[in-house]
Design a protein around this ligand. Structure first.
Ligand code: NIG
Ligand code: FE
Length: 409
């Protein structure tokens, strides 16, 4: 039985919908359909009808503007203290990201600052970042640990993430990334042992993460170590993700496919063989153009080829203090077009429905009956203006699970 009054009805919008089997692959990634003026009705947090003129308690007139699913950011390192502008200067004068990492900077400098910060300080910092992301239209975000690298500090970070997900309107998908680097105080093998015999069981027991991730890269975690950690995570119910082929071809993507990863991320140096393997798998390729841009990396992932080979591609911010201090998905969409050669259509699909699959949030990411009403209304009348007005924040209204929020959350 349909109630006579819906909670919200959005009228006069240009409603973006996606055609094809989800996640979208190949030419389907370009298949955005704009439904002009069709009403979208929301009830109990869900989209209940599209193109049915029902009565509603609140009517939002979109005045011909774009109505679309909220952005889903499938890859961030949101929880950290401090910042790394000193390294930014070093990079501008010619040092590489890896050189800085090896000379006392990089991830470990953020680990020091994050270990020193209290949970309250980390919550304070992260809450402001979540408000900011929401103001740019992000309604779901994946958040990794990884700046603790000890039992105490990784637990602290994951509990901060849990606390935020209970108190902030954005949907937060937590990922355990204990294998982000190696802590300086213990031996490499000892730390891997700690991840396997203590951290993973604890994270699983306390329900602190959905995914387990590893930074597989020359000089960081090897393929064997990555595979061992991800398989162990799987035994404890943590789905695998992997940072792969970011700075060199590491074979990480192959590891990801072997363990059945939900996503392989970065993939700048993905090999022909890995492309072949990905084509036959359900793994999503999460590309992070903000990182390539911010590290001034010359090489790019073979995006056109990947899409042509029907690999489902998502894009994310990789927000972190070292390689991508960018949290705005409209800017990431702009970079995906300008630096990775994606079309606006494909970049939008990659930042919504395909990113939903990369985070395991399949009931989000598109405007469809039955899905969560995570909807944004933009101050533009054409979706191509999202990347075109580069750097402009087009977000006017954010509706999260049927509740209208102001831009500050
Ligand atoms: O995805 N690659 C590892 N992690 C981040 C960088 C983290 C940092 O530099 O603090 C990345 O690029
Ligand atoms: Fe990352």
């Amino acid at each position: 039985m349909t109630p006579d009054m819906r909670d919200i009805k959005i009228i006069n919008g240009k409603v973006l919908t996606f055609k094809g089997r989800k996640p979208l692959r190949g030419t389907d990634m370009g298949s955005i359909e704009v439904l002009k003026g069709v009403p979208v009705c929301i009830e109990d947090g869900r989209i209940v009808s599209i193109d049915k003129d029902e009565k509603a308690r609140e009517v939002i007139d979109a005045h011909g503007k774009i109505v679309m699913p909220g952005f889903i950011d499938p890859h961030t390192h949101l929880i950290f203290a401090g910042s790394r502008e000193r390294e930014f200067g070093l990079r501008l004068s010619g040092k590489s990201y890896m050189e800085i990492r090896e000379s006392d900077g990089g991830i470990l400098s953020t680990v020091r600052a994050t270990r020193e910060a209290s949970s309250e300080e980390l919550i304070f910092l992260a809450r402001k970042r979540l408000d900011y992301a929401l103001s740019w239209g992000t309604t779901t975000i994946e958040v990794k640990s990884g700046y603790g690298l000890s039992l105490k500090d990784e637990s602290k970070i994951l509990k901060v993430i849990k606390r935020l997900s209970e108190t902030h309107p954005i949907t937060i998908v937590p990922t355990f990334l204990g294998a982000h680097d190696f802590p300086p105080e213990i031996r490499r093998e000892e730390y891997i042992e700690l991840i396997i015999s203590e951290l993973i069981p604890k994270v699983s027991r306390e329900g602190l993460a959905r995914f387990c991730d590893v930074f597989c890269e020359e000089g960081v975690y090897t393929e064997e170590e990555s595979e061992r950690i991800l398989n162990e995570g799987k035994k404890f119910g943590l789905a695998p993700k992997i940072h792969a082929d970011e700075l060199k071809s590491s074979g990480g993507c192959e590891v990801g496919i072997r363990v059945g990863a939900t996503s392989c991320d970065h993939l700048i140096y993905i090999s022909e063989r890995e492309i072949e393997l990905m084509t036959k798998s359900d793994t999503i390729a999460v590309l992070l153009p903000g990182t390539s841009f911010f590290l001034s990396l010359k090489d790019k992932p073979p995006v056109r080829k990947m899409i042509q080979m029907e690999i489902p591609v998502a894009i994310g911010s990789d927000f972190n203090p070292g390689s991508s201090p960018i949290l705005s998905m409209p800017i990431i969409i702009g970079l995906a077009c300008l630096t990775y050669g994606m079309t606006p259509q494909k970049a939008i699909v990659a930042a919504t429905i395909n990113a939903a699959y990369a985070t395991g949030e399949k009931e989000r990411g598109s405007i469809e009956e039955g899905k969560w009403a995570d909807i944004i209304i933009l101050n533009v009348d054409d979706y191509r203006k999202i990347p075109y007005w580069f750097g402009y924040n087009p977000v006017e209204v954010v509706i999260k699970e049927g509740k209208r929020l102001d831009r500050k959350g």
